[in-house]
Design a protein around this ligand. Structure first.
Ligand code: ADP
Ligand code: MG
Length: 250
């Protein structure tokens, strides 16, 4: 579809990534290179390890074996590296995860003020810019509970962008939304993609994948079973498990 905006620079590298939950081997030898500006869509059955994989990238989960490198910073025990990576990686969850007792604006300025030490005035100006970009500047002084799900998810995206991330991770951002709100969130994600953001999106929105993705990755049983550019992935899936999965969701 759209021509790729990917540069040669590697933004996220996963090398022989392995993770266990206790005895359970949840990620098995994952290898993935994501270039700056590249958009990756990750799909696969429930329980296949999609969330775990992307949560490892900003250390919401710890991996036990292999390497994760974000923008040339290795993710290891060094707290300085973990903090540096978290500043570069934005994340949007299925259930928004906004602070319910803070206004939309306060949700957006919290991390820039406390983590980046940005002056409040500057943080608020930047937050308002981003709330305009996601088309809800008029909701800035409301509390999350006063907003629709689609509006809350757009706040969550704006809040992440306030930290000026180099990479955005999305974990089923539209799965908890009513159908009429899915498009407003996908439209914001499509705009972000067009602006050149590096994105890893776990989603089963195959229309989004076809429009935006440079590559679609199919996971099953903790492994990357298949990956391809969207046209080939959807029209000519190679593995039986991919074919079965696609036949169930398309
Ligand atoms: P997906 O996002 O593809 O649905 P997850 O990454 O959430 O898959 O989960 C992969 C597997 O790991 C599932 O079998 C799930 O039950 C298990 N799992 C997820 N989180 C934990 C946890 N904190 N402790 C133990 N097992 C977990
Ligand atoms: Mg998940």
């Amino acid at each position: 579809m759209s021509h790729s905006q990917a540069t040669e620079k590697l933004m996220v590298e996963l090398r022989d990534l392995n993770k266990w939950y206790g005895e359970f081997h949840v990620l098995k030898n994952i290898n993935l290179e994501v270039k700056q500006g590249e958009k990756i869509v990750i799909c696969g059955p429930s329980g296949s390890g999609k969330s775990t994989m992307i949560r490892c990238i900003n250390r919401l989960e710890e991996h036990q074996k292999g390497d994760i490198i974000v923008n040339d910073i290795p993710l290891n025990e060094d707290i300085k590296n973990i903090e540096a990576i978290r500043k570069e990686v934005g994340m949007v969850f299925q259930h928004f995860n906004l602070f319910p007792h803070l206004t939309v604006l306060e949700n957006c300025v919290l991390a820039p003020i406390w983590v980046k030490k940005m002056p409040r005035k500057e943080a608020e100006a930047r937050a308002m810019e981003l709330l305009e970009r996601v088309k809800i500047p008029d909701q800035a002084l409301k509390y999350p509970g006063q907003l629709s799900g689609g509006q809350q998810q757009r706040v969550a995206i704006a809040r992440s962008l306030c930290m000026n991330p180099d990479v955005m991770l999305f974990d089923e951002p539209t799965s908890a939304l009513d159908p009429e709100m899915i498009k407003e969130v996908l439209d914001v994600m499509i705009e972000l993609a067009n602006e050149g953001m590096t994105m890893l999106c776990v989603t089963h929105e195959m229309g989004f994948a076809k429009t935006v993705a440079d590559r679609v990755i199919f996971m099953d049983g903790g492994q990357i079973v298949e990956e391809n550019e969207p046209h080939e992935f959807f029209n000519n899936p190679q593995h039986e498990r991919t074919q079965l999965f696609l036949s169930q969701i398309l």
